[in-house]
Ligand binder design. Structure first.
Ligand SMILES: NC(=O)c1ccc[n+]([C@@H]2O[C@H](COP(=O)([O-])OP(=O)(O)OC[C@H]3O[C@@H](n4cnc5c(N)ncnc54)[C@H](O)[C@@H]3O)[C@@H](O)[C@H]2O)c1
Length: 263
């Protein structure tokens, strides 16, 4: 497939995990990709690997929580490639803590990276996206629709990303810009390394996820590319859940398993 031939795509948090998988796939489908990340070395390495595989990519160091740097990232992308077709707001950090455990600094850090960044990037990108009838895809989370035990700041930030996406979708539809989010469930990336290292958590997820396994980053990337592509030309303001069925369940006990006598 070459859905993104001659298109320019900027992805934040693209040095690792879901963002890197999306960067590789966009490049495979013909796009010129700006691999933006706080980790400059890893961004350069991801971009270099894409070029070695025959794709077009450049690494770019940017702290998405910094308004000025985000603005510069958008400007330099348009200066270098002449246009911006797709913005993927993907950079994000996790944060453990209930409200009564969170410092003001931690709260602000999570809001800066997980939420402010999306506002900064969309605001800077919208005039350029409007010129080409482009698209925004933001990586939210199932943690933005319901709450997790001990993840208060992350829950708040991701919920805001989902609704900010809807606001942008309706406000800018008239300019031909589409905005959607994906909500991953449990994905095998460095972000979830502490969870992957704990067998109890692995077992709990196996019980909870109807598809019976975590997601690979490529499965999230596929959803991002779909929403960014012309295949999704009539989809805007959507939040696509990519969680193996986890949130399709109410959270009530698994009656089938219990009645069958299984654990
Ligand atoms: N892994 C999961 O299970 C999961 C589930 C739901 C949502 N998500 C979301 O997916 C997105 C990607 O996560 P991932 O799992 O691929 O994580 P990851 O840690 O593998 O990648 C995140 C990338 O973001 C970069 N980053 C962090 N802070 C940054 C900043 N201030 N400026 C620029 N870049 C920054 C990191 O350097 C890293 O390369 C995040 O928004 C995350 O919240 C992940």
């Amino acid at each position: 497939m070459s859905r993104f031939e001659d298109k320019v795509v900027l992805i934040t948090g693209a040095a690792s995990g879901i963002g890197a998988a999306a960067a590789r796939r966009f490049a495979r489908e013909g796009a010129s990709v700006v691999v933006a990340d706080l980790n400059a070395e890893a961004a350069a390495a991801t971009a270099a690997a894409i070029r070695e595989a025959g794709g077009k990519a450049v690494g770019l160091a940017v702290d998405v929580g910094n308004e000025l740097q985000v603005g510069q990232a958008i400007t330099s992308t348009v200066e270098k490639f002449g246009r911006l077709d797709v913005l993927v707001n993907n950079a994000g950090i996790g944060s453990f803590g209930r409200v009564d455990m969170l410092s003001t600094e931690e709260w602000r850090r999570v809001m800066a990276v997980d939420l402010d960044a999306v506002f900064f990037a969309c605001r800077a990108a919208l005039p350029h996206l409007a010129q080409v009838r482009g698209a925004i895809v933001s990586t939210a989370s199932i943690s933005g629709t319901a709450a997790d035990y001990g993840f208060a700041a992350y829950n708040a930030a991701k919920a805001a990303v989902i609704n900010l996406t809807r606001a942008i979708a309706i406000d800018h539809a008239g300019e031909g810009v589409r905005a959607n989010s994906i909500s991953p469930g449990y994905v095998v990336t460095p972000l979830t390394a502490p969870l992957q290292a704990d067998d109890r958590i692995g077992e709990a997820y196996r019980q909870l996820i109807p598809l019976g396994r975590p997601s690979m980053p490529e499965e999230q990337a596929a959803a991002i590319l779909f929403l960014a592509s012309d295949d999704a030309s009539y989809i805007t303001g959507a939040n696509l859940i990519v969680d193996g069925g986890l949130t399709a369940a109410t959270g009530q006990p698994n009656f089938v398993r219990i009645f069958a006598g299984a654990n």
